[in-house]
Design a protein around this ligand. Structure first.
Ligand SMILES: NC(=O)c1ccc[n+]([C@@H]2O[C@H](COP(=O)([O-])OP(=O)(O)OC[C@H]3O[C@@H](n4cnc5c(N)ncnc54)[C@H](OP(=O)(O)O)[C@@H]3O)[C@@H](O)[C@H]2O)c1
Length: 304
């Protein structure tokens, strides 16, 4: 039996699918145990129970591997990077008490304690908590992850479908190396049986500048928006105004800086095979047909 955090979310869903395909029993830990369970009776859902470590330990009891995806994208509604780190510590301590043999942790490329971006420094601290947990571990650090439930690519496509103008922040020449969520899941599951202590990036086979990515999406869905380069501060302001109408946080200042600093790229060689351009061709009729809201997903999911 393995435990996957967030099987009703994004990356956790595909790790769960990959494990079930291998005949593993899977439990999930989630903030939404009553969310519709697309895996049916094959996956039993439990609450994170960070405030009840005995219960959390019981949930983890008997698990061979824990696949950890838990993190917060940005501080909201009382959830902060600090509380996420404290919760991570609790999760790993409970895993240790439960006798979990391996943790496969989903990090992010270029996580660093020296980063001035709290998402990236927080992710590095999360890795430190893991390495000090005393449990054999592997860390898989993806770049930008694309797939059906992705938010960023979907909402770029949604904006292209909705608006005759598409704002690009700064030069648009900063690069991304998108990795397919199912490839990432395969890499993560593979890590559960490889030598412990490994830290591997999960990197797609194609690299695009941000402008190339936007143009490709527009071409595939048959739209020709006017691309307008805007200073990052203006872009963030426009995003905030749009966010008011959509009741969402579209892109934070920190996320934009991470994107523009090319933190969603790797210095390693690609190890995933699915091309973003091929995926886009297959999904061009649906990608971006509906706006995806981070806030709705995590805080108002029943209304989404
Ligand atoms: N998505 C990407 O492009 C990307 C790129 C690089 C790295 N990563 C890393 O991959 C991991 C998983 O990302 P994901 O996109 O698959 O995330 P996700 O499905 O949105 O969430 C993963 C888990 O964290 C929980 N969670 C998320 N936001 C929360 C909040 N504000 N408060 C409480 N719990 C919260 C989720 O709860 P529920 O179970 O209730 O959904 C879920 O269990 C993260 O560690 C992230 O840093 C993601």
């Amino acid at each position: 039996m393995d435990v996957v955090t967030g099987a009703f979310g994004y990356i956790g869903k595909y790790i769960t699918k990959a494990l079930l395909e291998r005949g593993r029993d899977v439990r999930t830990i989630t903030t939404h145990p009553t969310k519709p369970n697309s895996f049916g009776t094959a996956v039993k859902a439990f609450s994170y129970n960070f405030n009840n470590p005995d219960q959390l330990t019981r949930t983890l009891d008997g698990a061979e591997s824990l696949y950890n995806t838990y993190w917060v994208r940005f501080p909201f509604d009382g959830q902060t990077y600090e509380s996420a780190l404290a919760n991570t510590q609790t999760l790993f301590q409970c895993a240790k008490r439960a006798g979990v043999k391996r943790i496969v942790h989903i990090g992010v490329t270029q996580a660093s304690v020296n980063s001035d971006l709290p998402y990236y420094s927080g992710k590095a601290l999360q890795e430190s908590i893991l390495s000090e947990s005393g449990i054999p571990f592997s860390i898989v650090r993806p770049t930008l992850v694309f797939g059906q439930e992705d938010i960023l690519v979907n909402n770029i496509a949604w904006l292209i479908r909705t608006s005759p103008i598409f704002p690009i922040f700064g030069s648009g020449l900063y690069r991304v190396q998108p990795v397919f969520v199912e490839d990432l899941a395969e890499i993560a599951v593979h890590q559960s049986t490889s030598s412990p202590g490994a830290i591997v990036d999960a990197i797609g086979p194609e690299t695009f500048t941000f402008q190339e990515l936007v143009t490709l999406i527009a071409d595939k869905i048959g739209k020709k928006p006017r691309i307008v380069k805007v200073p990052p501060a203006v872009g963030i302001l426009c995003g905030q105004i749009l966010g008011l109408f959509l009741s969402d946080i579209l892109l934070t200042r920190n996320e934009l800086k991470g994107l523009m600093d090319e933190l969603l790229t790797s210095r390693e060689l690609p190890n995933a095979t699915t091309k973003f351009s091929d995926w886009l061709e297959k999904n061009k009729s649906t990608v971006g047909s509906r706006y995806s809201s981070e806030i709705a997903r995590h805080f108002r999911w029943s209304a989404s």
